[in-house]
Design a protein around this ligand. Sequence first.
Ligand code: FAD
Ligand code: NAP
Ligand code: SF4
Length: 672
Amino acid sequence: MPAKAYPHLLSPLDVGRTQLKNRVIMGSMHTGLEDRFWHYSKLAAYFAERARGGVALSVTGGINPNRHGWFYPLAGTFNRKLDIRNHRKITDAVHAEGGKIALQILHAGRYSYHPFSRSASAIKSPINPFKPKAMSTREVKKTVRDFARTAELAQAAGYDGIEIMGSEGYLINQFTAPRSNKRKDEYGGSAENRRRFPVEIVAEARRRCGPDFIIMYRLSVIDLVPDGCTHEEVLALARDVERAGADIINSGVGWHEARVPTIVTSVPRAAFVEATRQVKAVVSIPVVASNRINDPDLAEGILADGYADAISMARPLLADPEFVNKAAAGRSDEINTCIACNQACLDHTFELKRASCLVNPRACHETELVYLKTAQPKKVAVVGAGPAGLACATVAAERGHHVTLFDQAERIGGQFNMAKVIPGKEEFHQTLRYFGKRIERTGVKLVLNRRISEGELEQEGFEEIVIATGVTPRMPAIPGIDHAKVVSYVDVLTGKIEVGGRVAVIGAGGIGFDVCEFLAEHPRDGAQPLPEWLREWGVDFQTQTRGGLVEKAPETPARQIYLLQRKTSAPGKDLGKTSGWVHRATLKSRQVEMLPGCQYDRIDDHGLHVSQDGKQGLLEVDHVVICAGQESQRDLYRDGEARWHLIGGADLAAELDAKRAIKQGSELAASL
Ligand code: FAD
Ligand code: NAP
Ligand code: SF4
């Protein structure tokens, strides 16, 4: 084994009167398993797997201290002794693996999705239809006691500590910022009064739980909303929570209603650590950095450069529970990196579905999707090394099967090779690096540059044949579709053609949006540099303006682009719940003209003729890029024979994404 690869990341950290074995904290993520006690065995397995993988301290998803704080009706609440036994399952499982665990206490305030919500003042949030009732002074004091009571119960249930959720725009933020606090009592008005509520919570929790219990405070290091806290107010709150008894401060970035992205894949890695550094400079307790930190080298650099004392990673540990052990063993190139897509984690949470992970479908399904070693190794062929075939081949080989993976292309990855060239999707490279390494480690025989034709595999003695040949772009029946101006997104993204200065993109699905981002950006090597990204979204860590916001300075677009669809609904309406708004805002800032309700009349030398609301028009463009969905490629498949299987796009092209492709490939492999 090599010498310690990450001397800062892997060194112990003193927190209050306890010690963490390294600097990796698994940040709080709502998994959807917190709300019902009968899911607690699954939750225990989920946390235990991360503790076994080397995480020093995990933080649970947000648990409410009382019913008013529910994020949605009947959300997980911990305010009765009766629940101690259920939580014990989790704490015992984590301790058995040598880890520590803290319970996050969260009151949603005006983000509560029910009509009985409470907040500092009766001001509705722009992202919630329910208007909260303002808490009376008595209610505020009762809520302080409720937080402390949950802390006491957590201690009784064996948790090593709590995290008090004071960021992302939840109740505590609603008190600290003038945006949502117009109170006239001792909890409103001056900045000191506005921070009284969190400071009292910390003090009361400390009084009840004694000195040995970890109290972590999740501080909103930058609010990113108009009328949020100033920089000075954030620092003053940090000092006050330290004085009140917090042992460690975690970073939260931006309110949920902020119009600045904070975790999606286009946010540069570690974009907000400067705000954490500023907090670290004014307190003596450890301070934790978070948001878009998904790589051990990056984490090590943040610690080595003094930006923080520990790193909180949430989604990266969904993606790879063995992150820490792999880093420690000098195998960081084997880490299954979180690509910050939000597709299976946060999007699921907001759809009230159980969270998982696009690149690791076992996440939150540890007891259900199990890759057992096979007692009967078989000879398996997988045709197609896109996400579906890669997942299937590597899981089958890990289980002990003899797998040959064929692809006609010169590299693995299928359509992911096009996704990774989209500006802001550079992380998608990581998934292909991971699968490349997995192929090596699991012993899959990889055969590239080989197109399999019908009947070809019959004679080779394969006991299982998996067709993962994906999709081909659909070419719609528009008059003039064969015109030289017409190109497919594949031609554009593989660099086969040079696109002109005026372009029409037909089809406003995920790929249409991506193609517009690709065409609107001036070419550059690698990801957008952080200073440019901060200017584009109007974020400034030094400003005295509230929320850390300044005027946005978007880039000038590289081309004039029209994005068209036939539906009359708003283009991009069906994109990911937590990322779609970022794509829409980006195209708006690039002056892409979106045209819903189009009928495509014809394409000729003049351009694209379209009708909208019965009115005919002409878009004088150099190219028309077709992004009109895809069709399955499944000619090789033999229906009705048990040894033949279809997965990914080859199985179903409609609403296909890599989440489904990888999950289906993994599940099939687990069953072979
Ligand atoms: P494919 O990726 O199409 O792979 C099929 C493979 O089979 C190919 O490598 C092909 O060469 C090979 N093959 C085909 N026929 C043969 C044959 N006869 N012999 C040998 N080999 C053969 N999805 C998301 O979830 N999130 C995103 O953000 C996202 N962004 C995208 C952006 C772009 C620009 C594009 C184009 C796609 C994006 N996708 C995204 C979609 C995602 O890439 C696909 O859903 C996924 O790749 C489908 O996986 P698959 O394995 O079924 O098929
Ligand atoms: P898509 O989302 O199904 O969009 C296809 C678009 O083409 C639609 O806007 C549709 O709109 C239009 N269309 C369909 N049939 C047409 C026809 N016959 N003539 C003209 N227009 C037609 O598919 P996609 O954009 O190709 O994406 C494929 C999959 O990749 C998606 O399902 C998505 O999940 C995944 N993906 C995801 C992301 C992401 O960021 N999460 C990014 C890229 C891709 P109208 O019918 O209204 O015209
Ligand atoms: Fe990361 Fe995407 Fe997995 Fe969520 S679903 S953990 S964002 S890779």
